[in-house]
Design a protein around this ligand. Structure first.
Ligand code: NAD
Ligand code: TYD
Length: 353
């Protein structure tokens, strides 16, 4: 079996659902269930004996040791993290704790488990660390996209905490020989994304008749990757990636934020027209994010060359699927976007107004 951390969050849950749909191998899913983790996302697995959910904090070494001893996984896929840049600006402490201390704790638990495995299991064991392109900092318009060899230059508390985790993973491979794999992916979108992130925030605000808050001049560029494509890339890296290597995963879809918002509004005008007016009328310009990275772009050629992976979804097809999914799953949004999340939206956007 495999052990997944953060499998009740957006990407981790998509990974678990896709895995159990296509592979006959059980998953132990370890998640602390912060505001971003939702068991409702995994409802379709209820009663499926191949899915074992354990509520635990990756910073809890004793809990991690027990899980590894009990379930004897052949691999760990590490998704668990605090993941929202805006929250990291207002409260960096949780990011240092989970992303840095949590990754350290998991690496130590994995190292002690791995070193005592029988020879063959030790040889084939993998620790796959899911990281981000944001560790490489910000690109100028004419810079080439980030390659695996790009220098680290994180600019936000979030990206700095992920960069620190990457360095720990690298060191655990070089010093202790732990068979690690690290992936850097670009901005994901798709079903089950928590509505604080750009694409689901714009869809849910549009449908609720609320303002669509675009930061700064709206010209920041992100390289969008459909979550299903990310999951297929991770399966390839896990199966055939070389220990100690890093792999970039991107969608070859560089788009300016304002263009993303316009496209979403146009799709909603077609799929869920308003009684009067257009969704674009709800766009509002708000103060920029402090230290806002201008452009991210991923060069994913290594993954294509070595593992024959490329994304299946175009931005147009992926975005339409995503909009349709949110239209059909408004109850999921209502279930996750309550209490603390409402408070976050009120205080965060009041600050940026
Ligand atoms: P998410 O915020 O949706 O989910 C994170 C999950 O981790 C949640 O279920 C949460 O409960 C869990 N978690 C948080 N702290 C924990 C702890 N201490 N112990 C156990 N579980 C804990 O994040 P996501 O968007 O699914 O991102 C998953 C991974 O992918 C993260 O490592 C993130 O840095 C990386 N990543 C995400 C994106 C993106 O666009 N979403 C892009 C690049 C990289
Ligand atoms: P986000 O989804 O938070 O991802 P990241 O910061 O990790 O790239 O934001 C994507 C882009 O959208 C980023 O440039 C910030 C911008 N943005 C807005 O303009 N308005 C918003 O309300 C949010 C959440 C993001």
């Amino acid at each position: 079996m495999i052990l997944v951390t953060g499998g009740a969050g957006f990407i981790g849950a998509n990974f678990v659902l896709d895995w159990l749909d296509g592979v006959d191998e059980a998953v132990v899913n370890v998640d602390k269930l912060t505001y971003a983790g939702n068991l409702g996302t995994l409802r379709s697995l209820h009663g499926d004996l191949s899915h074992i959910f354990v509520r635990a904090d990756i910073c809890d070494r004793a809990a991690m040791d027990i899980l590894l001893a009990d379930y004897q996984p052949r691999a760990i896929l590490h998704f668990a993290a605090e993941s929202h840049v805006d929250r990291s600006i207002h409260g960096p402490e949780d990011f240092v704790q989970t992303n840095m201390v949590g990754t350290f704790t998991l690496l130590e638990a994995a190292r002690h488990y791995w070193k005592d495995l029988p020879a063959t299991a030790k040889e084939t064991f993998r620790f796959l660390h899911v990281s981000t392109d944001e560790v490489f900092g910000s690109l100028s318009p004419d810079d080439p996209p980030f390659a695996e060899t790009s220098l680290y230059a994180p600019n936000s508390p979030y990206s700095a905490s992920k960069a620190s985790a990457d360095h720990l993973v690298r060191a655990w491979h070089h010093t202790y020989g732990l068979p690690t794999l690290t992936t850097h992916c670009s901005n994901n979108y798709g079903p089950f994304q928590f509505p604080e992130k750009l694409i689901p925030l714009m869809i849910t605000h549009a449908l609720a008749g609320k303002p669509l808050p675009v930061y700064g001049d709206g010209q920041n560029v992100r390289d969008w990757l459909y979550v299903g494509d990310h999951c297929s890339a991770l399966r390839e890296v896990l199966a055939r990636g070389r220990p100690g290597e890093t792999y970039n995963i991107g969608g070859w879809n560089e788009v300016k934020n304002i263009e993303v918002v316009h496209t979403l509004c146009d799709l909603l005008d077609q799929l869920a027209p308003k009684e009067s007016g257009l969704y674009r009328d709800q766009i509002t310009w708000v103060a920029d994010r402090p230290g806002h990275d201008r452009r991210y772009a991923i060069d994913a050629r290594k993954l294509q060359r070595e593992l024959r992976w490329k994304p299946a979804e175009s931005f147009e097809s992926g975005l339409e699927k995503t909009v349709r999914w949110y239209l059909e799953h408004q109850q999921w949004v209502n279930d996750v976007a309550f209490g603390d999340y409402r408070k976050w939206v009120e205080t965060h956007y009041a600050r940026s107004a």
